[in-house]
Write a protein that binds this ligand. Structure first.
Ligand code: BT5
Length: 254
């Protein structure tokens, strides 16, 4: 289905019309020992979710809403790298299918013209020193019209069809996305994070800019210097002190 050209990603596909969240189903399948590359795709999610219990708006027939089960043999602290791999794959797929040029806002937003086109949610099941599974959730806004968005999203969200001015094939996007993701994931497992980091930095808008990073414990203001090999964001504050940020929402000032 979807004309996939991949070897492992999408080998097993669970396709549903309506689900609460593809993440939830993927977690259950993972617990039932689903193999690496199993994906869950839905036309609509009634309670799609973002990070920190936020909601992800996923109306019917308009987007790509999917979750992928990966089982890399890696220590848990490497999990954030998978989010960055997903972001690069999404950018490459959007570029190839639409010719549009998205940008990445650390850690998990893909933007077009400053508005969010894609959200990525990477969740992990692990034991003390190994990842058991990564549930990688990707939501891409494809054929929504501006009036389809609820008020609170009108200023912050966009879709590929809004930006491109014409409808975009969701099946083609899934096909290309999974192929890009499989290629990047294979490079990552064979050569490590460095080649991915270079690609990621080429698409990132926040690096070199002054930003505010809001974390659960407070906010840090300063210049984003780059990411470390583990995907952590490095910020230099006005006093020259560097901070390592594992998880935050960032606002770009200049
Ligand atoms: C994310 O969270 O951006 C991760 C979203 C992951 C969604 C996928 S869809 C398939 C899979 N199944 C799921 O249930 N989830 C995953 P975060 O960085 O926390 O951003 C959430 C915020 O984005 C919300 O608080 C809204 O402000 C905004 N938002 C919600 N829906 C949106 C949409 N469709 N387009 C753009 N922005 C949206």
């Amino acid at each position: 289905r979807f004309g996939l050209k991949t070897k492992t990603l999408g080998k097993h596909i669970y396709y549903e019309e309506t689900v609460d969240s593809t993440q939830k189903i993927a977690h259950r399948l993972s617990n039932e020992e689903a193999v690496e590359g199993t994906i869950v795709v839905a036309e609509e999610q009634s309670s799609g979710r973002g990070r920190m219990d936020r909601k992800w708006y996923a109306p019917k027939y308009t987007g790509v809403w999917l979750s992928i089960i990966l089982r890399p043999n890696l220590p848990p602290h490497k999990a954030p790298q998978l989010t960055l791999i997903a972001a690069v794959a999404v950018v490459q797929a959007i570029e190839e299918v639409t010719g549009l040029q998205p940008e990445i806002k650390w850690p998990n937003d893909v933007l077009l013209n400053g508005k969010k086109i894609t959200g990525i949610l990477t969740e992990m099941q692990s034991d003390a020193d190994r990842i058991v599974s990564i549930i990688m959730g990707i939501g891409i806004n494809v054929n929504q019209k501006p009036e389809d968005y609820p008020n609170e999203l009108k200023e912050v969200a966009t879709s590929l069809s809004i930006e491109k001015g014409e409808k975009v094939s969701r099946a083609e996007l899934i096909q290309v996305l999974l192929l890009k993701l499989e290629n990047l994931y294979t490079i990552y497992l064979e050569k490590g994070f460095y080649p991915i980091k270079l690609l990621w930095e080429g698409y990132a808008i926040s690096i070199g800019k002054n930003i505010i990073a809001r974390t659960l414990t407070g906010s840090i203001e300063g210049k984003a210097l780059g990411i470390k090999d583990d995907g952590v964001l490095i910020i230099e504050d006005q006093s020259g002190k560097t901070h390592h940020v594992y998880s935050a929402d960032i606002e770009i000032n200049s």
